[in-house]
Design a protein around this ligand. Structure first.
Ligand code: SF4
Ligand code: SF4
Length: 129
């Protein structure tokens, strides 16, 4: 199913912001500067990385995000570390399972992730190292 980038962003906003721990009671983003949310400030790259990955293993999506998004994110240090990620304050990292599911569902693509796989477990911050 073809979806524009704007449509995909609206779908992801609807599903992720409402469960995000940084969301305020009135529904707005609670970050001091909402523009720093890497999920949406880099959404075109996020969507491209996820759509170019075809796997039932969530680790492949983590790798794609690290390579295609974190490398251009201003919050990543030169050595590849990220304080925002380490403090579980990056919505993209913390909710990646839900983001992948939302984008795949919206584009009519769904992979069977066996029970017991990382992807079948509850949301938690993902680490690639
Ligand atoms: S931090 Fe990002 S995901 Fe969370 S409420 Fe703000 S814009 Fe939405
Ligand atoms: S994990 Fe860090 S480097 Fe990667 S997108 Fe989030 S804030 Fe940026």
């Amino acid at each position: 199913m073809e979806r524009s980038l704007e449509e995909l962003e609206q779908i992801v906003r609807g599903q992720i912001c409402r469960v995000c721990s940084d969301r305020k009671l009135d529904g707005s983003c609670g970050l001091e500067d909402p523009g720093t949310c890497a999920l949406f400030s880099l959404f075109p790259q996020v969507a491209r990385a996820i759509q170019a990955t075809h796997s039932d293993d969530i680790c492949d999506y983590v790798r794609a995000i690290r390579e295609q998004v974190c490398t251009i994110c201003q919050q990543q240090a030169a050595d590849g570390s990220c304080e925002t990620r380490d403090s579980v304050a990056c919505a993209l990292d913390a909710y990646l399972l839900l983001i992948v599911d939302a984008i795949e569902e919206a584009t009519g693509r769904k992979f069977d992730r066996p029970v017991g796989s990382v992807a079948a477990q509850p949301v938690f911050p993902l680490r690639s190292n």
